[in-house]
Write a protein that binds this ligand. Structure first.
Ligand SMILES: [Mg+2]
Length: 348
């Protein structure tokens, strides 16, 4: 781990990262709006993304943990939403965030179509690999197709823990020929990441390893850094409990970070943009382009990438859109109850 950077280097830490006054739950329930936003493509088996937003003195915050998450995990998402609405964000050090395009596990002959959907300049592309039921040849063909179409772009692959150690070393040895900037979570465990990273180095293969699931789902998100298991980390605001906590994690890890999003509305994306804007260094394009997967939003001016970048600005929430996509009845009650339960977790 890199030590010795002073706190002054990190503008987000001028205020204590853990100081967050919890507003009474009644204040959250007062302004909460539950929406169901239709998606352009099916993701995690859903076609409508339900999420809740509320506002406080500093603006809007989002609370959209996926339905299967338990209360303890979901409470971090509530904490992040409360930070946005009651505390606001740290001062930005940049005004525009580069974001990557994403190529899912499609056949190579469909890559051009997928990339056409992003239009304009794309600084970086994340390519899904190690999909269940597919072969290394499928991955190689897909990555080659992207490289052919975008010779100057930064390319990264994401295996989502899909390989074992032997498969990962074999696959990344082959894929490294396409000049990748990094490989995300090739295997499931921290020990496995460390082993793959070392074995690639032993073979003089220059390919960085990024940890995503090993940071997001770990009891101890710093374990990756301590184990020397990755060259960089993927961070998301909501699972880490807010922008300031994420800044603190990145500082403590001493590794470069790529800010990524869940399938959020522009309110949640705004928090990811705030984190990316406040990081002292941002060497890689971020994974904040997920609004491209949505067919609707809570604002008329979505925080979608334009020419591969998202500007650092607030999203003006539109009351008509909140009404149009409002979730009512039992589903709304379920979300309100979830806010009460997760608020109780934070209240301790
Ligand atoms: Mg990932």
């Amino acid at each position: 781990m890199t030590q010795g950077r002073s706190r002054e280097t990190y503008p987000g830490f001028m205020t204590s990262p853990h100081a967050l006054n919890l507003p009474p739950v009644a204040d959250l329930l007062d302004t909460v709006r539950v929406v169901g936003l239709p998606m352009r493509v099916k993701f995690r088996g859903i076609t409508v993304r339900e999420t809740a937003i509320f506002h406080g003195p500093a603006g809007w915050g989002e609370f959209g943990p996926f339905p299967e998450y338990g209360d303890a995990e979901a409470a971090q998402w509530l904490r992040a939403g409360i930070e946005a609405a009651w505390q606001g964000f740290p001062d930005p050090v940049r005004s525009s965030i580069p974001v990557n395009a994403t190529v899912p596990a499609v056949p190579a002959d469909r890559v051009a179509d997928v990339l056409a959907g992003y239009g304009g300049a794309v600084p970086a592309v994340k390519i899904k690999v190690a999909e269940r039921g597919q072969s290394l040849a499928d991955d190689v063909a897909r990555v080659a197709a992207v490289r052919d179409l975008l010779p100057g772009a930064e390319l990264r692959v994401d295996a989502n823990m899909g390989w074992d150690e032997e498969q990962a070393v074999a696959a990344l040895t082959e894929l490294a020929a396409f000049d990748l900037e990094y490989a995300e979570q090739p295997v499931a465990t921290i020990e496995g990441l460390a082993a793959v990273r070392q074995r690639l180095r032993d073979k003089s293969i220059d390919l960085k390893i990024a940890a995503d699931e090993s940071v997001r789902k770990a009891e101890d998100p710093l374990a990756v850094a301590r184990a020397g298991a990755a060259d960089l980390i993927i961070v998301k605001v909501a699972p880490l409990g807010g922008v300031r906590r994420a800044l603190e994690l990145v500082r403590d890890a001493g590794l470069p970070a790529v800010v990524s999003s869940a399938i959020d509305s522009s309110v949640g994306i705004r928090a990811g943009v705030a984190l990316a804007a406040a990081l002292p260094e941002l060497p890689y394009a971020c994974g904040l382009g997920t609004l491209s997967l949505m067919a609707a939003d809570v604002t008329r001016k979505s925080l979608k990438p334009q020419e591969g970048h998202i500007p650092v600005r607030d999203a003006a929430v539109d009351q008509d859109l909140l009404a149009e996509f409002a979730v009512t009845g039992e589903r709304r009650d379920w979300w309100l109850d979830r806010i009460r339960r997760t608020h109780a977790v934070l209240a301790g």
